[in-house]
Design a protein around this ligand. Structure first.
Ligand SMILES: Cc1cc2nc3c(=O)[nH]c(=O)nc-3n(C[C@H](O)[C@H](O)[C@H](O)COP(=O)(O)O)c2cc1C
Length: 240
């Protein structure tokens, strides 16, 4: 078997601390591609629905079945709505600010402790791009998106999504000191799944081999799975 030679000499070698936060962000979104998009729907403790796209989004594990999305703290130091809504509800004994989560769990309770991760297709691109702005009203209403009731969580799901994962918030990890631009990870345990039978069978298997899901590249660029290919797996050399 021919081995690939690693050509290190010509590589650019960069200490991330020498890059500005903007440069680090640009590098991440242009190099870590394509990123799946979670169109995350939530509801606040007061009952206001919300849906926003997150491309720092992925599956975590099958046991427990978990997903995550990563809302960056806003420029004004405020948590994004999706993050606030994913926090657990305020308990009667809670003071104003309540710690949540085992790891670095600084945050305010008062959400609904859940979210739905909706997977999106090409025809959702405009709604995804538009929902990525800071709306004063619910994006469902503002963008004419249809919300469907979930079975196990308070957050609604997006009607017409090929797959929607109802999640209970398992853990929220605050990566920084909460200042503007610092990262957060919301991990959710999947408690119910909705699948469009046009794409999946009752066991969750894809019918047509590939889901043409929308994904994000850098800037305003998106892509869709269009040219999948399979590759044979080389045999491991036999162990002595
Ligand atoms: C395709 C797309 C992907 C995005 N991914 C993220 C992300 O991973 N993390 C993030 O903090 N913001 C991301 N944004 C920006 C948020 O969607 C935007 O800040 C939105 O207003 C957040 O809404 P919310 O406050 O209702 O949660 C993305 C925007 C778009 C259009």
């Amino acid at each position: 078997m021919q081995r690939v030679q690693l050509q290190c000499a010509a590589m650019l070698s960069i200490d991330p601390e020498t890059l500005s936060r903007k440069e680090r962000y640009e590098l991440l979104i242009q190099a870590v591609t394509p990123r799946p998009i979670g169109f995350i729907s939530t509801v606040s403790g007061e009952g206001r629905t919300n849906i926003a796209p997150y491309s720092f989004f992925n599956a975590v594990a099958a046991e427990p079945m978990t997903l995550l999305f990563c809302p960056v703290t806003g420029r004004d130091g405020r948590d994004k709505d999706s993050l606030r809504n994913a926090y657990p509800p305020k308990q009667p004994q809670d003071s104003a600010a309540v710690e949540f989560s085992g790891q670095g769990g600084r945050g305010i309770s008062g959400g609904t402790g859940c979210f739905v991760a909706n997977i999106v297709l090409n025809h959702h691109a405009q709604a995804v791009a538009d929902a990525g702005q800071d709306w004063e009203t619910s994006e469902f209403e503002a963008l004419g998106l249809e919300a469907a009731p979930s079975r196990c969580v308070a957050a609604p799901r997006l009607s017409g999504a090929p797959a929607a994962f109802e999640c209970e918030t398992l853990e929220i990890v605050r990566l920084g000191d909460g200042a503007a631009g610092t990262g957060n990870i919301v991990i959710g345990k999947v408690v119910h799944i909705w699948l469009d039978p046009e794409h999946f069978d009752a066991k969750g298997r894809l019918i047509n081999g590939v889901l043409p899901a929308l994904a994000r590249l850098g800037g305003n660029l998106y892509c869709q799975v269009q040219a999948p290919f399979s590759t044979p797996i080389s045999k491991l050399p036999s162990k002595q």
